[in-house]
Write a protein that binds this ligand. Structure first.
Ligand SMILES: Cc1ncc(COP(=O)(O)O)c(C=O)c1O
Length: 420
């Protein structure tokens, strides 16, 4: 990227009579429930587990990324998987107002969510479309990715059936080994797309496999892509979107040439693609923090085992806190005996196995902890910080994975102050 240089690296199975009994029991229970008045529980006041998502920070991040890019570069905001777990609707609405040019998602369902937020935005579908989904492409006015002749024929048929042209981006496999036409065969496919009156080629792109860890291979992929582009008889009546850079790719984005788009996911959420990335100069800040509460405090004697499987034994009499979140919320079991959480701004170690709904931490050295106190899994307390990179690396994950693993059960709380 101009300005940034790379540093380095039922009852089923029961007899009919039993089923009848179950059903009538159910009926009785239902009737009973109807007669019980339930007072509303205000779950929003004090969640057991929640993420805070700061949309002002998201806006600031996007503006900072944009400000390091030449004006002719289009910003494709990658918001697949519920905007990396940050919430599609809230995130996309904000990005629509602060400078995103296109949105990229994995599938048609995600595209439909964006269509419900605002009409007219170009939406690129990054993953392969299934044959039975073809009929929705024109209706949703999305841009499918085309990787082979079979898709060309399918999309052509879908366009003819819909009675309108379909805009497509051709994806080139320059070394990722996933979707896309192999770069040596890309010219032939491109010529066929250009000849097809039912399809309009509006973009060509590739994807780096290792931009966060292998500069030489990224350069090889970039060169394959740029060399291919020189051989293509691209239309002159419109500007195609030519893009290959994800967050990590920005480090080596050339300041001139045919590339006129970037596809940014992780960085806009305030996370560097790898810890010592030069993209630290962009000064993005984390958008998301992840918190839970202290549900119970107790003392246990030396030698006591903690949690399932007896994987931890207390070395001395200890005070423990049982947190009100577990792996069903997105705390991976791989963090058992590994992670730390922040309580009162101090680090407390996870003891024993993370369980479905509860996680145990050692609070022996932290005075004054009370039931209901906040425990931060990702985020800052009193100046002490646990980054998503720390959380994910201890879990043997990558930050993308940790974000999308925060489950639906976890409440999303949005801060909506202005970006600047
Ligand atoms: C094809 C494609 N482009 C761009 C991105 C965005 O990558 P990043 O989150 O590293 O910016 C992804 C993410 O997985 C992707 O699959």
């Amino acid at each position: 990227m101009p300005g940034y240089r790379k540093k380095q690296n039922t009852c089923a199975g029961l007899k009919p009579a039993t089923v009848d009994f179950c059903l009538s029991l159910n009926f009785l229970l239902l009737r009973k429930a109807e007669s019980v008045r339930v007072s509303p529980v205000r779950l929003h006041d004090k969640p057991r587990c929640w993420v805070e998502i700061d949309l002002g920070t998201l806006e600031r991040n996007l503006k900072r990324i944009r400000s390091g890019l030449p004006d002719y570069i289009q910003y494709v905001a990658v918001v697949k998987a519920d905007a990396y777990g940050h919430g599609m609707k809230q995130t996309v609405s904000r990005l629509m107002h602060c400078g995103a040019d296109l949105f990229a998602v994995a599938n048609l369902r995600e595209a439909e969510e964006i269509r419900e937020i605002g009409s007219g935005w170009p939406i690129l579908i990054l993953s392969a479309i299934l044959p039975e989904e073809d009929k929705h492409i024109a209706k949703l006015q999305v841009i499918p990715t085309i990787s082979c002749e079979e898709e060309l024929r399918r999309f052509q048929k879908a366009a003819q059936e819909a009675g309108k042209r379909i805009s497509v981006h051709m994806k080139v496999d320059t070394g990722m080994g996933r979707i896309g036409v192999w770069y040596e065969d890309a010219k032939a496919l491109c010529l066929k797309i250009l000849k097809c009156a039912d399809l309009q080629l509006d973009g060509i792109f590739t994807h780096f496999s290792s931009a966060d860890c292998d500069a030489a291979f990224t350069q090889l992929q970039r060169n394959r892509f740029l060399d291919l582009l020189k051989t293509l008889p691209l239309p002159t009546d419109r500007k195609l979107l030519i893009h290959c850079d994800n967050s990590a790719g920005l480090e080596s984005l050339p300041s001139n040439g045919p590339l006129n788009g970037v596809r940014i996911g992780l960085l806009q959420f305030g996370v560097l693609p790898y810890p010592d990335s030069l993209l630290a100069d962009v000064c993005v800040e984390p958008v998301l923090s992840f918190h839970t509460r202290v549900g119970l405090i107790k003392e246990l004697p030396e030698g006591c085992y903690i949690s399932y499987g007896k994987t931890y034994q207390l070395k001395k009499r200890s005070k423990i806190a049982v947190l009100t979140a577990g792996y069903a919320d997105g705390i991976p079991t791989a963090l058992s005996n590994e992670a730390e959480v922040l309580i009162h701004g101090k680090r407390c170690r996870v003891l024993g196995r993370v369980t479905m709904d509860q996680t145990i931490v050692d609070i022996s050295d932290i005075p004054g902890v009370e039931c209901g106190d906040i425990a931060t899994l990702i985020g800052t307390q009193e100046g002490e910080r646990i980054s998503v990179n720390e959380f994910s690396s201890k879990a043997g994950e990558i930050p993308w994975e940790s974000f999308v693993s925060i489950s639906k059960r976890v409440q999303r709380i949005y801060k909506t102050d202005t970006g600047f």
